[in-house]
Ligand binder design. Structure first.
Ligand SMILES: NC(=O)C1=CN([C@@H]2O[C@H](COP(=O)(O)OP(=O)(O)OC[C@H]3O[C@@H](n4cnc5c(N)ncnc54)[C@H](O)[C@@H]3O)[C@@H](O)[C@H]2O)C=CC1
Ligand SMILES: O=C(O)[C@@H]1CCC=N1
Length: 279
């Protein structure tokens, strides 16, 4: 983990995670790595394979809490597939208390859907993390619904910051745009590596060499961008000699039918799908 913290993560009460798959699991790993006390972390995930359950038990996390065992958690994080929201929300409703903030990372699933499965006055944060959370380098866009006071917002932010940066947006609808840009975004970058490697093979490179070159280029460019204070536009210009090879490639990528409209269409499709998932 490359994230630096002032001290152990403390949210003022227990946390309940509903759904410990790829994203929920990455969040949980981040919380434990940040020092959240495992015995104060509860997980509900009836479909988690036995080895994963055993690993959670080993780490001291508490599974499938019974009423009485978990009361008024500081946070309930719902991390199941949007299509399973209706199956998962009753557990959130059962355990939510007067101090709880419910954090939903379900793509598309609206506050009104979540509220209908919980209660009309539930304090809900909609959040959209991304998979670099698994290495503490995620970025999450978040929206605080009605009833999320400063304490609840700070609690949600602390949990989300355990795996990277957090950016708050002012309107619920913008979470779908966040989903299109950064929630799904890592997949676009991995696809970029795949397509660069394929293009390298087409130019005669052995596949393993092409993949190494493409992968290391994206890793290195990402790290350069992270460490530099320059905007990406300047970093791009730094590569581009007048009338050189990069300029020749960028003439294609920056043409009117190049990457801009393509990425625009791709992200619009993701946003449209997020809205469809809202039902
Ligand atoms: N994978 C990604 O890149 C991102 C995913 N998300 C959102 O996170 C959510 C989870 O996605 P993934 O982690 O990728 O899926 P996943 O399939 O890896 O994890 C979902 C987990 O929910 C569990 N589950 C199913 N029904 C349940 C129930 N009734 N109660 C409790 N747990 C239940 C499953 O056993 C599984 O472990 C989705 O809503 C997705 O939109 C958000 C940001 C990024
Ligand atoms: O593909 C999806 O629906 C989820 C949401 C963002 C990333 N994965």
């Amino acid at each position: 983990m490359n994230v630096h913290y002032a001290g152990p993560l403390e949210i003022g009460g227990p946390a309940l995670l509903i759904g410990a798959g790829k994203m929920g699991g990455a969040l949980l790993d981040g919380w434990l790595a940040r020092g959240l006390e495992p015995s104060r972390v509860f997980v509900i995930d009836p479909a988690l394979p036995e080895p994963a359950l055993a690993k959670l038990k080993e780490r001291g996390v508490r599974l499938a809490p019974q009423p009485g065992e978990l009361e008024n958690p500081a946070a309930i994080v719902v991390a199941v597939k949007p299509q399973l929201a209706q199956a998962a929300l009753p557990a959130a409703a059962k355990f939510a208390g007067p101090a709880t903030v419910v954090v939903s990372i379900m793509a598309g699933t609206t506050l009104s859907t979540i509220r209908a499965g919980l209660s009309e006055d539930a304090a809900i944060v909609r959040a959209m993390p991304n998979t670099p959370a698994a290495v503490g380098r995620g970025v999450t866009g978040a929206f605080a619904g009605p009833g999320v006071d400063d304490r609840r917002r700070a609690c949600a932010e602390a949990l989300l910051k355990a795996v990277g940066d957090v950016v708050w947006v002012a309107e619920e609808g913008l979470i779908d745009a966040v989903t299109g840009v950064s929630g799904s975004g890592p997949a676009y970058v991995f696809l970029l590596v795949e397509t660069m490697a394929r293009a390298g093979v087409a130019q005669g490179l052995p596949p393993d060499v092409a993949l190494t070159l493409a992968r290391k280029t994206v890793e290195g460019a990402g790290e350069l961008m992270r460490r530099s204070s320059e905007p990406p536009e300047i970093l791009r210009k730094n590569v581009t000699s007048p009338n050189g090879t990069t300029a020749a490639a960028l003439d294609v990528l920056m043409a009117t039918d190049g990457l801009d409209p393509l990425m625009g269409r791709a992200i619009a499709a993701a946003v449209k799908r997020a809205k469809e998932l809202a039902g």
